[in-house]
Design a protein around this ligand. Structure first.
Ligand code: SAM
Ligand code: SF4
Length: 329
């Protein structure tokens, strides 16, 4: 078993395959987009497969493909098919905005993807446009239909933003009445790629829960897995569940089992760190698997205790200048 210097199991890799995106969620990146990485700066699929294969041998059990929007990278299915063959990998999953995903759902099912996180912050097409700057709501809903039809477990991730979509909280909870989905509300984090700050977080997990509890007093707390980032609930009579992710408040660091690789091949052992080693440079310099494994183990042995410590250790400015799309949210 792979563990860090605080005795936490490391078993989950989030691999960002691109920083590019076909939406412009304002909390994630500026409307003009980011300073996109060039093709040569990105890890190739072959490099990703080598790194993932080593990490799986070392103890990684679950890989989530993310970005940017994974499906804007050409031939994503090639990577997914390769990863699905890795012996020892028990879960392969994706986080997607759903715009281009629909046509691939059947193949995802065929290669063994059992669950998908779909990002959707509102059920109102006009608010969707105002949040994402793109008119793609109907394609996302079609992807949701496809996922349901193919019996893929769906977690809908909604970032809660003061003044933007708090009126969507209850309608999204209502979705769980008829659909067997988990709707998870995420605290807005400071990674917006623009450097703008907020006056504190107006909708933290406590306030989100209060809003839901007032409307559904019978809501019941579910047991949360040790490494779960969400507090999970069930409303009696509903088919799905509700979750709240305290991503800003960082209540889950004590059991964090995840590491990240950014689209340009930098390893992060905490969402809030600035990147700890550049795996791409090591791989391109011809490092052997044994030596790469040693470097990775050293890094896992030096993990910050929590997101606050990681943020204090940063040398490259505050997180607001980073985007979740370059981190692999
Ligand atoms: N494009 C894909 C998507 O949107 O699902 C995958 C990448 S996106 C960066 C992954 C997740 O990060 C999305 O659920 C998104 O809502 C979340 N995210 C991005 N910026 C965020 C922020 N500032 N605060 C909280 N969540 C954020
Ligand atoms: Fe794109 Fe996802 Fe960021 Fe929205 S949250 S801009 S869909 S990467």
């Amino acid at each position: 078993m792979l563990t860090d210097n605080h005795g936490r199991k490391i078993s989950y890799l989030r691999l960002a395959v691109t920083d590019r995106c076909n939406l412009r969620c304002f909390y994630c990146m500026p409307e003009e987009g980011l300073n996109w990485l060039s093709r040569t700066e990105l890890l190739t699929y072959e490099e990703m497969l080598r790194i993932c294969s080593l990490l799986v041998k070392m103890g990684i059990e679950k890989i989530r493909i993310t970005g940017g929007e994974p499906f804007v990278r050409k031939d994503l299915m090639h990577l997914l098919r390769g990863l699905s063959q890795l012996q020892g990998l028990t879960e392969l999953t994706i986080t997607t905005n759903g715009v281009l995903t629909g046509p691939f759902v059947r193949e995802l099912k065929d290669i063994g993807v059992r669950s998908v996180n779909l990002s959707l912050d509102t059920l109102d097409p006009i608010r969707f446009f105002s949040i994402t700057c793109r008119d793609e709501f109907s394609k996302v809903m079609e992807t949701l239909n496809q996922l349901m039809k193919h019996d893929i477990e769906v977690k809908i991730n909604a970032v809660v933003m003061d003044g933007k979509n708090t009126q969507d909280i209850l309608p999204m909870v209502e979705l769980t009445r008829e659909l067997p989905v988990s709707v998870r509300f995420i605290e807005e984090m400071p990674f917006n790629g623009e450097g703008h700050h907020y006056d504190g977080l107006k909708w933290d997990y406590v306030r989100i829960l209060e809003e839901i509890k007032n409307a559904y007093p019978a809501i019941q707390k579910l047991h949360d897995d040790a490494s779960s980032t969400s507090y999970n609930y069930h409303i009696p009579g509903h088919r799905g569940n509700v979750g709240i992710i305290a991503a800003y408040s960082r209540t889950f660091c004590g059991t964090c089992n995840r590491i990240r690789i950014t689209p340009d091949g930098v390893l992060k052992t905490c969402l809030y760190d600035e990147g700890v080693i550049n795996i791409k440079d090591l791989v391109r310099s011809g490092i052997s698997d044994d030596d790469l494994q040693k470097k990775l183990l050293d890094t896992f042995g030096n993990r910050p205790a929590d997101g606050w410590e990681a943020e204090r250790n940063r040398n490259i400015g505050d997180p607001a200048h980073e985007s979740m799309a370059t981190i692999g949210g």
